[in-house]
Write a protein that binds this ligand. Structure first.
Ligand code: G6P
Length: 610
């Protein structure tokens, strides 16, 4: 959350920064701001609302320097108004800073600075860090040293970019807990919260590690620890294209990403699935294969949509690999005292690879001697680097704040892991081939679901005025119910609950009347008859039933008001297909209601604070 960008180079600074902010806006959109040089002084312009609001204010601005920083905010401390927007300045106006993260000891730092006569204009923790840097700079007259000494006093997390009007060709960026990457172009440098703001200018990037900073000057850069020890970093090449960051003719990123799933699911298993052998090759996990095989327990930890895919993974791993699995919300795992055994393995699932709670859960586990693995989308992200091994899902950049393609790719990778571990244990080659063949068919089956888009849109239109929804499923479809409800909540602000269908009797059934749409994920599996009974229970109370069912199931038409058919696959792979109509229902309801689909209120794509 919060997007940061800083630029040093010969291009028009404001243009580079604005383009960067637009790419990073998925990280937060409460306010936006920019600091640039005008006739040797730093000028800051900031505004609550989206980047387009800031853009309007920048028309006609005379930006003369070659250095600047900018920020798009997801508010933590202080209301999202103009004053609290970043960049923040110190008292002298010489220092300007953008920050992503939380300065946990800001109250005590502020007290000390206030005692020394410093005053504050905002309610933010970030301003305190800025004023602290300014205060040290006043005494030391050394900008880099001031940043280092200030950061050494800070508790909490930060990704910062900071500039000083006395050094108009020096950009400093640093991180602890929040992401920071910088790109190395032809005599130009761009630092940002993620590589999407950089790719337009260069593909060569360096990811900063925790407690590391980069000091960029006109003629080069130096990376060092906050304690001032020089560090060496590998230069990575960004592996996706600019077009992948564009909407490509779709009205929204979310819709584009829903319609990419035929290829993203394929990309997740491409080169890994050995159909003829009924097996899997996972290079990223080969070093820990034996450890995994011997694991007494796997703990999967994640947040949000990734947590839902973890639940699907639990069922798969227990049934194919015969290893007990527990799924933990990352935010809960870290704050209790989980009983861990040295033969346990932690798998962290994260699209962004930057979710603060998931990172903290990994830290907790590794500090206690547990091997942590990652299932991550963003290459080079913190979780990818903080885990000892893992599997990338290769879904490409996901920009829509509500996660879609990452979910289906995560489940695909979990299926690969379950199959691979299963084959190391008792799963026969015949069973393995059955699963591998079914996986291979998924991309085409997903395309079949796309053909139903008009039908799905009509159902979405019909129910768009409902204020509550219930989503019910059993077995592998229970996490799908949770995910369907989450999608609707996130982007249309309609109250929706996901429940195990049989649990409905223990509470939610009281909500059902003839105004209540109930979405059943009722595909053909061994508990199909049971879910039919649950449908009857809703029907008896005049609830409106929308069923996601297996192609060819005509019986369900006699009990449901609407049926959306999906192709038949193995129960363990059904979530990959069943979730797509639910993503589309949420999407079309949100569009009908005029909601901002890609940037829903209060949410952020990458939650880098606790
Ligand atoms: C935020 C996003 C969700 C996402 C969750 C976990 O809440 O809005 O879409 O599922 O974070 O993110 P991660 O990147 O760790 O999968």
């Amino acid at each position: 959350m919060c997007g940061i960008v800083g630029y040093l180079g010969a291009r028009r600074v404001n243009d580079v920064l604005l383009t960067g902010l637009k790419r990073l806006e998925y990280r937060g959109y409460d306010s936006a701001g920019i600091s640039f040089f005008e006739n040797g002084n730093i000028k800051t312009i900031k505004k609550s609302g989206k980047v387009t609001e800031l853009e309007k204010l920048l028309i006609g601005e005379n930006c003369t320097g070659s250095l600047g920083i900018a920020h798009t905010r997801w508010a933590t401390h202080g209301e999202p108004n103009d004053t609290n927007a970043h960049p923040h300045s110190d008292q002298s106006g010489k220092i300007s800073l953008v920050h992503n993260g939380i300065i946990e000891n800001y109250i005590s730092l502020k007290k000390g600075l206030t005692k020394d006569g410093y005053t504050f204009r905002t309610e933010t923790d970030s301003e305190v860090l800025t004023v602290l840097i300014g205060a040290i700079y006043e005494a030391e007259n050394d900008f880099e040293k001031a940043v280092r000494l200030a950061l050494a006093q800070v508790e909490g997390t930060f990704g910062i970019a900071v500039i000083c009007s006395d050094n108009p060709v020096q950009l400093i960026a640093a991180r602890r807990g929040s992401p920071m990457v910088f790109g190395i172009g032809n005599n130009e440098y761009i630092a940002a919260s993620d590589a999407s703001a950089i790719i337009q200018y260069t593909r060569s990037v360096v990811y900063l590690s925790d407690n590391e900073m980069v000091v960029i000057n006109k003629d080069g850069f130096q990376t060092k620890t906050i304690e001032n020890d020089l560090t060496k970093n590998k230069i990575h090449q960004i592996d996706y294209d600019l077009e992948q960051l564009e909407k490509g003719g779709f009205n929204h990123f979310m819709l584009k990403e829903i319609f990419e799933q035929n290829s993203t699911v394929k990309d997740a298993f491409r080169g890994r699935l050995l159909v003829d052998e009924g097996n899997v090759r996972l290079g990223g996990l080969s070093d820990v294969a034996e450890k995994l095989r011997k694991a007494k327990r796997i703990i999967i930890t994640a947040c949000g949509t990734s947590w839902h895919s973890a639940l699907v993974g639990e069922y798969m791993l227990e049934s194919l690999a015969e290893i007990p699995v527990e799924v933990e919300y990352a935010s809960e795992f870290r704050y209790r005292n989980p009983i861990l055994d040295e033969d346990d393995i932690l798998i962290a699932i994260s699209q962004s690879g930057e979710t603060a709670d998931t990172l903290a859960a990994i830290k907790e586990a590794t500090q206690r001697g547990i091997t942590a693995l990652g299932i991550v989308n963003v290459v080079g992200s913190s979780i990818a680097r903080d885990t000892s091994a893992g599997v990338y899902i290769h879904a490409g950049p996901e920009i829509g704040v509500a996660s879609t393609k990452a979910f289906t790719s995560q489940i695909t990778v979990l299926a690969l892991i379950a199959l691979w571990l299963g084959r190391m244990k008792n799963l026969s080659a015949t069973q393995g081939k059955r699963i591998a063949n079914a996986m291979k068919q998924l991309p085409e089956q997903i395309e079949k679901i796309y053909e139903k888009v008009d039908e799905i849109k009509a159902i979405a239109d019909e129910y768009s005025s409902s204020r509550n929804f219930l989503y019910l499923g059993r077995g592998y479809n229970f996490p799908v119910a949770l995910e369907g409800a989450l999608k609707l909540k996130e982007i249309s602000y309609i109250h929706a609950e996901g429940y195990p269908a049989a649990e409905m009797k223990h509470g939610p059934i009281a909500l059902i009347d003839d105004n209540m749409p109930v979405v059943f994920i009722a595909t053909k599996d061994e508990i199909y008859d049971k879910i039919l009974s649950n449908i009857q229970e809703v029907r008896a109370r005049r609830g409106k039933i929308i069923a996601i069912a297996t192609e060819g199931d005509t019986l369900i038409q006699t009990v449901a008001n609407h049926v959306i058919y999906i192709p038949e696959t193995l129960p363990m792979l059904t979530p990959i297909l069943a979730v797509i109509p639910l993503q589309l229902i949420a999407y079309y309801i949100a569009v009908k209601l005029g909601c901002n689909v890609d940037q829903p209120r209060n949410l952020a794509k990458s939650v880098t604070v606790e």
